[in-house]
Design a protein around this ligand. Sequence first.
Ligand SMILES: C[S@@+](CC[C@H](N)C(=O)[O-])C[C@H]1O[C@@H](n2cnc3c(N)ncnc32)[C@H](O)[C@@H]1O
Length: 324
Amino acid sequence: MAPLDSGSGIAEGPAAGPAAGPAAGRLERRRTADGSPSLWSEEFAEAFHCGQGALAEARAKFVAPAQLERFAAGTRVRVVDLGVGLGYNSAALLEAACDRGLRLQWWGLEQDPRPLGLALADPDYRALWRPQTLTLLQELHSGGRWANPAAGEGIWCLGDARQQLPQLQMALGGRCDLILHDAFSPGRCPQLWSLEFLAGLAALLQPQGRLLTYCAAAAVRQGLLTAGLQLASFADPSGRAWSLGTAASPSPLPLDGPLRALTPMERDHLATRAAEPYRDPDGAAPAAAIHAARARAQAGSAACSSSAWRRRWGLEPGPRALGR
Ligand SMILES: C[S@@+](CC[C@H](N)C(=O)[O-])C[C@H]1O[C@@H](n2cnc3c(N)ncnc32)[C@H](O)[C@@H]1O
């Protein structure tokens, strides 16, 4: 990984170019309902975005709950994008930040540079963004970093995010404003939702910092609580889903606007076996081993089952919005 700064800018060093990441499995193009293109991963057997819209999801689940209006114009906002993928979350955040006169200091964690390359070659994707945004994404893809006097600067940390965390901690520990956690779902990618990994992310946050994720799974929420963070839920204005995702912070979150308190039903979910965390003490376990260890822990747990919880709250046959 290229060196990361601990001060005013991102330090000089060899760029983590696109060739640094492993590439596994087929990536298939998918069009989402708002017209924005996305991908499906053979390796994870999962879509990169919800069917309603890749761009809509970036705006609703990452930009809106970031509440950039909290930052005064001219502020440099420190951001970690976990699972850069096609770059939707960062591109949408960059444009929203520029509109507010904010600069980003950005770290992107990603193990596969192909999704961004495919996105940048797609005219439907390119049509979504301003020329400056595309230039920065192109710089990132070809050179491993981007910089612009008005927009800020960024560096791509290619490889398994679990291995990047110690160096990120040295560069950014306790100073990060936003973590956009957009890994594949815990069922497909438990490596990036383990108690240990979430605790590592929590340690990056400054006291008012926020981790934002589309994920509302009980195991993830419990892991964030165990890491010492406070939680809020993303309100769904349409009322179709019981939660659109989770915000977590070392400090209490404002429970208005895009965020709301967890409902009694959501809190009750945290007392079920579904809240049994994913464990990965060495930060190197494969998904199957993490799932097997969790299944053993659930089998020995005295907590009630999530099907009992679903019955209690009239959620049969199953809750929505646990994944994307
Ligand atoms: C749901 S997609 C992210 C979508 C993305 N945020 C976007 O806006 O297009 C999850 C991403 O996590 C990456 N990923 C999966 N496992 C990883 C790991 N262990 N370390 C780093 N990145 C990983 C995948 O390559 C994929 O790009």
